[in-house]
Ligand binder design. Structure first.
Ligand code: GRF
Length: 239
């Protein structure tokens, strides 16, 4: 029996974060294995990534179906595949409080902003419009509110004077691909506990870095990656 936790990744689109998780899990020492991918869209690009990695990939269509039916079908697949942890990686469907409660402490989401700033959609455009100097991404345990829940870790990037939505999104996405595998690894290894609504991560910190939870410093920004310390409705969720 493998000691690795069996993980399902839920997607709706491109799947670049799924790709980063699959790459991390290719290392047998990584404490999680990607055992199932579920998309609520048949045309999600990430399905091909799962197939290429030999991971079972299913489509559970959400459009035009009652929420209870959709979630019951997902729950049945998660049970059939003996899934221990659920990862929302660009999953564009809000989950009901009942589904979220069933996975409390065992479901994580990545959001492309430094929460609690900019929950919801269009985070990069909103960050540019607000004139913030720092932007980034957040990995958090999922609670019933959209883009809410105990924060596991965040990574920050600078907002540059000539940034467009696309350039800023690309800079954040590169950090997402580093942060998400690190956080899933901590969760799978049992290094995350929640106290008083806040997540505590028992993870080694690089000497000299300011509360930087990542295995290596962020390029030029090691002091700006902040401390180690959600779900998804049609069209009202950015993952
Ligand atoms: C990412 O920016 C993620 O933070 C957000 O949705 C996007 C998904 O991208 N929740 P991908 O499908 O992982 O490439």
């Amino acid at each position: 029996m493998s000691h690795r936790r069996r993980v399902a990744v839920l997607i709706s689109g491109r799947g670049s974060n799924l790709g980063a998780l699959l790459a991390a899990a290719a290392d047998p020492a990584y404490p999680a294995m990607i055992a199932l991918v579920i998309s609520n869209r048949a045309d999600a690009g990430g399905l091909a990534l799962a197939g290429a990695a030999g991971v079972p990939a299913l489509v559970v269509e959400s459009r035009g179906r009652p929420r209870a039916t959709f979630e019951a079908e997902m729950a049945a697949h998660l049970a059939a595949h003996a899934i221990a942890l659920v990862v929302l990686a660009g999953f564009m469907r809000v989950l009901t409080p009942g589904f979220v409660a069933a996975w409390e402490g065992r479901m994580v989401n990545i959001h492309p902003s430094l929460l609690p700033s900019f929950p919801g959609l269009d985070t990069h455009a909103r960050a540019l419009a607000a004139g913030v100097a720092l932007h980034g991404c957040t990995v958090h345990l999922v609670s019933a509110g959209v883009d809410e829940g105990p924060i596991l870790a965040q990574a920050a990037v600078p907002v540059l004077a000539d940034d467009t939505e696309a350039t800023l999104a690309a800079r954040v996405l590169a950090e997402e691909h580093r942060l998400f595998p690190a956080c899933l690894g901590w969760l799978a290894a049992g290094r995350v506990r929640v106290e008083g609504g806040r997540a505590r991560v028992d993870a080694p910190r690089p000497r000299g870095a300011l509360a930087n939870p990542l295995p290596g410093p962020l390029p030029g920004l090691s002091a700006l990656s902040t401390n180690p310390a959600q779900g998804c409705d049609e069209g009202d969720k950015d993952g």
